[in-house]
Design a protein around this ligand. Structure first.
Ligand SMILES: Cc1cc2nc3c(=O)[nH]c(=O)nc-3n(C[C@H](O)[C@H](O)[C@H](O)COP(=O)(O)OP(=O)(O)OC[C@H]3O[C@@H](n4cnc5c(N)ncnc54)[C@H](O)[C@@H]3O)c2cc1C
Length: 389
């Protein structure tokens, strides 16, 4: 386990509670990129924290980065989610990049605070990201790639994009690789605009992506293994940490409301405090699930066998389903606590943005899709023999 990066949590909390929170309503209202928060994150060097120290980063642990996602999302969910999505791509590079081109890119990420995006979703396959229609076309030591990417969050602001594709035009749809392309390598043509219920600041527009580059930009591990070992667990842990931030801010607002009620009628506990207790209990369940998953990831790290095992896959899949349902339940309990003051858009206790943002959680790779996959896994999974199994 990496040692904690000094000051990382405090710096993330300062950006989250300060500039990110200040612009959150405007980012949401105008469905725009949270530019002010990301300028601050760049100034603080927070985009490169996961890059190893010998490439100029801080070698931050997953726990550190999860805490940062949580702190940012408390102020602005879109900022937290974009930060999470960026760090997921960095983790794939750090864990699976080759010496040479990928290490040089990691050095640039830390030095220039580059922002990394992801193109896994394809118009033809939707959330079935373990299958691709598009394919890498290699010629000598170069390749070309064209993808109908129906969602690339902050595509306009990204400096680098990690793209899933079939290994070659003859490969089956599930024989995928992860291709790393920089702004100089790709061209994006916008196909759809993001005007969504929530997470509006993620600017998750659709694009046609055309890229060309060197073969050594393709991560060597097959995407199936890379996804099992890094992308899926890191995604579910960092998404869940972001949703925890949304839930924690909702509970803070509900607590502030109950306190203001208590001040108005000294000596009595406001009736709404029961709902606050309910929201707090669910928040604690979310937190416990995330901390457990981080510990499971740390215990399995370094063992491809454990990371690709069914027990680990089930744990990481159910984490996402559990926290994505809980975040909505916490926000709903917070709204019930605050009553009209939470329902209105013009009070310090407003929770409309939180509720809309929370609803994206169950859809980001649909929970029903994940549960049907887990159900199939359970048919062949054996009881584990390790601690707590
Ligand atoms: C805020 C946000 C940001 C995103 N950013 C990115 C990004 O940067 N890059 C990127 O590539 N993608 C991104 N995505 C897309 C995301 O990763 C998923 O691909 C997308 O949410 C799937 O959308 P869909 O509902 O159309 O999925 P589909 O997978 O087409 O599913 C449609 C419906 O069918 C259900 N369903 C599908 N399969 C099954 C099954 N086997 N059993 C039962 N029900 C099933 C699903 O639950 C869902 O309700 C983002 C999504 C969101 C919400």
């Amino acid at each position: 386990m990496n040692a904690a990066v000094p000051g990382l949590a405090a710096r993330a909390r300062a950006v989250g509670a300060g500039i990110a929170a200040r612009h959150a309503d405007d980012v949401d209202r105008n469905s725009r990129f949270p530019a002010e928060a990301f300028d601050a994150l760049r100034e603080q060097g927070l985009l490169g924290v996961m890059v190893p120290a010998d490439c100029g980063g801080s070698g931050a642990s997953l726990f550190d980065v999860a805490s940062a996602c949580h702190a940012l999302a408390r102020g602005c969910a879109a900022t937290g989610m974009i930060y999470a999505m960026h760090q997921i791509q960095v983790a794939c590079l750090v864990n699976h990049g080759r010496d040479g081109w990928h290490r040089a890119l990691m050095t640039r990420i830390a030095a220039d605070q580059l922002l990394l995006g992801s193109a896994t979703t394809e118009a033809e396959t939707g959330g079935d990201i373990r299958n691709s229609v598009c394919a890498v076309r290699a010629e000598g030591d170069r390749f070309t790639l064209a993808k109908n990417a129906s969602v690339i969050s902050y595509g306009d602001q990204s400096d680098v994009i990690l793209v899933t594709a079939r290994r070659n035009p003859e490969a089956p749809s599930s024989d995928q690789v992860l291709v790393v392309v920089t702004k100089e390598d790709y061209r994006l043509e916008k196909t759809t605009l993001w005007d969504a219920m929530g997470m509006r600041g993620t600017c998750s527009d659709g694009y046609r992506l055309e890229a060309a580059g060197g073969i050594d930009q393709i991560l060597p591990l097959p995407y199936a293994d890379l996804s099992a070992q890094t992308m899926l667990p890191v995604t579910h842990i960092l998404w869940s940490s972001t949703w925890l931030g949304i839930a924690a801010d909702a509970v803070s607002r509900a607590r502030a409301y109950v306190r203001s009620e208590a001040k108005r009628k000294p000596g009595t506990t406001p009736a709404s405090a029961v709902r606050l207790a309910e929201a707090t209990a669910r928040l604690q369940s979310m937190k416990a699930a995330i901390l457990t998953a981080i510990r499971q990831y740390e215990l399995a790290s370094g063992s491809p066998e454990l990371l690709t095992g069914l027990s680990f896959a089930t744990a990481m899949g159910t984490l996402k389903v559990t926290t994505s349902e809980l975040v909505r339940e916490v926000v709903e309990a917070a709204i019930r606590t605050c009553g009209l003051a939470g329902y209105r858009n013009d009070t310090p206790y407003s929770l409309g943005r939180h509720l809309r943002d929370a609803h994206s959680a169950a859809l980001m790779i649909g929970n029903d899709r994940i549960m049907s996959h887990i159900a199939t896994q359970l048919l062949v999974q054996r009881d584990g023999s390790g601690p707590f199994e």
